[in-house]
Design a binder for this molecule. Structure first.
Ligand SMILES: CC(C)(COP(=O)(O)OP(=O)(O)OC[C@H]1O[C@@H](n2cnc3c(N)ncnc32)[C@H](O)[C@@H]1OP(=O)(O)O)[C@@H](O)C(=O)NCCC(=O)NCCS
Length: 153
């Protein structure tokens, strides 16, 4: 099912509880409150929330993601969608938004790291044109391997 009643907007202080709750559900090594708090200080914003709106206009936080652009390259910081809202195109909407932002900021490529055993995410990124560029043995705190992936923009 595709969702259309969503809006992507900068992370705000009032989103942090919801963002932490999503992280706990989806990440092996979830972002901390401090990590989200530090994202509030960037201007222009580099971290975003995807909110779904119901018929009364009330918003529910369904996804989060951010990227940083430096010297013509962009790095995906995080990307996640609440499991209840996955496979509805929302992760793709967030990633497309971040790619457009990176392009506007003059980036020629976007890079990311992903756990080597996260087959769903690897398929997801490949469906957006990312390619594995390196295996990074034991790059995660629990000893898991990772892949570096890149998309030329
Ligand atoms: C990866 C993630 C962000 C994808 O979000 P999503 O909203 O489910 O993605 P979309 O619905 O936009 O999927 C777009 C395409 O990606 C691929 N894809 C997404 N999830 C997939 C899965 N579980 N298995 C296989 N392919 C998948 C499919 O090609 C899909 O298109 P389709 O549904 O028409 O077949 C989401 O699964 C997630 O939050 N995972 C946990 C956190 C994570 O691993 N983040 C990335 C590493 S930091």
């Amino acid at each position: 099912m595709a969702a259309s009643n969503y809006r992507i907007r900068p992370l705000a202080a009032g989103d942090i509880e919801a963002a932490l709750a999503i992280e706990q559900k989806i990440q092996t090594d979830p972002w901390s409150r401090e990590s989200f708090l530090s994202e509030l200080s960037y201007e222009p914003p580099r971290f975003f929330i995807l909110g779904i709106h119901d018929s009364s206009g009330a918003e529910r936080v369904a996804g989060l993601g951010g990227c940083r652009s430096v010297s013509g390259e962009s790095y995906l910081l995080n990307l996640g969608v609440d499991p209840l809202c996955q496979r509805m195109g929302l992760g793709g909407a967030l990633l497309s938004f971040l790619i457009q932002l990176a392009l506007k900021q003059g980036s020629a490529a976007m890079h990311l790291d992903v756990r080597a055993d996260n087959e769903a995410a690897i398929r997801f990124y490949k469906s957006f044109g990312f390619q594995e560029t390196a295996l990074r043995p034991k790059m995660y705190r629990d000893g898991s391997d990772g892949y570096a992936m890149t998309k030329i923009l």
